[in-house]
Design a protein around this ligand. Sequence first.
Ligand SMILES: [Zn+2]
Length: 114
Amino acid sequence: MGNYPASGARAESKTPWGKEPGDGAGDASRDRPERKGPVRTCVACREEAGRAELIRFVRRPDGSVVVDASGRQPGRGAYLHAAPACLELARKRRALDRALGAPVPPEVWSQIER
Ligand SMILES: [Zn+2]
């Protein structure tokens, strides 16, 4: 009678963002996001990036290196940002050659330097 449990409902009302109040403490968990699948890292700047931003290179079983536009070629793959700065860096430092374990031929570079 008159004592219905509606009092607690108010305290639980969420913010429009669905986040718990006090974001200072909640941020700690964002440092280590749960990852699924392999992380793609640009061999030039070592930053992780999504597939759409990266060019995939593959060292095929015969040892040749090709640009893998489809992303499905078998072999050892390495990723590089589709950005002039990263292409330049990787080329200068031979980062891609090292990542693939094979020299990247000039025609591969000319293929991506549009
Ligand atoms: Zn990069």
